[in-house]
Design a protein around this ligand. Sequence first.
Ligand code: IVH
Length: 687
Amino acid sequence: MNETQDLEKERVRQRMEELRRQIHYHNYRYYVLDSPVISDAEYDRLMRELIELEQRYPEFITPDSPTQRVGGMPAEQFEKVPHPAPILSLANAMNIEELRAWRERVKRLLPAGIPLAYVVEPKIDGLTVVLHYENGIFVRGATRGDGLVGEDVTANLRTIHSLPLRIPPHDAGIAPPPRLVVRGEAYMPVSKFHEFNRRQMETGGQVFANPRNAAAGSVRQLDPSITASRPLSLFTYAIVTAEGITIRTQWETLEYLRRMGFPVFAEAARFEDAQFEELEKYCQEWAEKRDTLDYEIDGLVVKIDDLETQARLGVVGNSPRGSIAFKFPAREATTKLLDVGINVGRTGTLNPYAILEPVQISGATIRKATLHNFDEIARLDVRIGDTVIVRRAGEVIPEIVGPIVDLRTGNERPIEVPTHCPVCGEPVVRRPGEVAIYCINAACPAQLVRHVEHFVSQGAMDIVGFGSRLAELFVEQGLIKDVADIYYLKKEDLLKLEGFGEKKADNLLRAIEESKNRPLQRLIVALGIPGVGSVVAGILADHFRSIDRLASAAEEELQQLEGIGPETARSIVEYFQRPRHREILEKLRRAGVRMAEEVPAERPAAGPLAGKTFVITGTLPHMTREEATALIEAAGGKVASSVSSKTDYLLVGEAPGGTKYNKARELGIPMIDEAELLRMLGKEPAE
Ligand code: IVH
């Protein structure tokens, strides 16, 4: 090899080192600080360049290269790694009294007059890892094992992006210590956990009961490429051993780790002994706030700040006396699933719930827990008779985490998906893309109050003075069994109710009477057809102009209308197909409710455009659609919202809508522009 080649190779080697340095730094900004300073594209460019150089010069690949995170070859089994010092556990304080007792014990054991301070940190519910660094390079990572010897999971830990492969993260003038062994916790963020479990379920993979199990299962994988695909993260909180540095307190430890580029809890706090009451308050506050974090904590760890004092206190059994875990109340328990009940919500959703053998969780007796929906039941594969894990988190209703499959006896029964509403007995429906099962019977007692509230509301029949309270009262008293009964309320029945005098009864009956003449659009809104709000109702009223025509419309015809999608079309047809809904409509008709759009009296029957129906599409050059509509109507014409065989002209503006335009072409309907319209009206087109 000649000298120029040598020089060239040296330049490449230096470039590769520079790329590694930059990528490590950007990784740190992104994964540890959560504040990147370059774009993803820029980062990808650096990464690609490094990968290309490594392919051409494999001899320059280093074990700390950021490309080495992706996972290597699967292992047969984990190698053993002796820990440089015992990886101890913690004693627990189950409440504030036990925490105070710990403080007193510590003080008794220490010579009087030693100033005490404490560091409080979250106690993260993950998997303990022990990370070895030599001259700033991550060389080995182990699980806790039995506390003395762990398992070598280096290849797996490398795939965790927030784990620094090299420390410190950028040249801040500090050299890495020759040897550093750090203790931390690998975990799966709660948000990622739910997403991950959903994906696992979709792809038929293993579903985990909680983030802790997911993290542990992912780190203890013989195939590192599987670990690489799991959304794991890391926190560090202790130095197991170090060479070449002196650190005196826990607070300094956290600070040092942070400076070296390790992810450290943002939520740690330091208290002097005199501030112990504040420390207690801090602990209690976090017990309430635990759900605001994106990682699961099962308590806090209170540590004597001074490390020498900690050492002096020694160890009992497996636990150092100088630290204690303040445990939050447990949120999970196991019990038997006795049966499954179904609630029908006010929106018609069928909500399955578990009926449980009563069990205590954090001070409350739990007898029922939600099963969310029938997809969730299938996902969990929970069966009646199973021993299940129940979880009560924060203010949330208790939920079933899953069955303990190992405890099955073979007598468990699968939970059946209902085909009929348990309250009214009508068939239920399931909409594509939704997990919920619905009862859509407008007369279902479970939903009646809500249907009545909706029917009388402002955007619907707008019955003044008829609110939620009356809806509840009438349903409860049995005066209303479906919405049409509103129009059959009798004065003598009202007078029997508490709070109803002559005047109030008269006012209400008058308001009900007045509502009979609402425009068709309002009536369509009031029916509460799923997917039909006021906009869709407007389109339907415009097009069909009577309930009867709407009720007999076919799905295809509905789908032709601009603004109505296939699902809404199906929902409308489904609604009118039900005999129970037809009955309600007949009852409304008999009561005298207006069922069709009348031609407004002010509309001239004659005029140049009498009897002609127009449809407008696109933007007109000199007028709005409303102005055009007004002109057409003033001349005796009509404006419809969609093209059909009854359309006489399509008025076309700039950027016309495809549906209307194509339909008109198909049907051979004449198209005119604004100027032509004005000519038909005998007006001069605008310049
Ligand atoms: S200190 C000797 N600090 O909780 C020091 N542990 O139940 C003992 N843990 O095995 C550990 N967060 O894996 C400490 N901020 C934290 C922690 C923490 C989670 C784990 C740790 C330990 C377990 C004890």
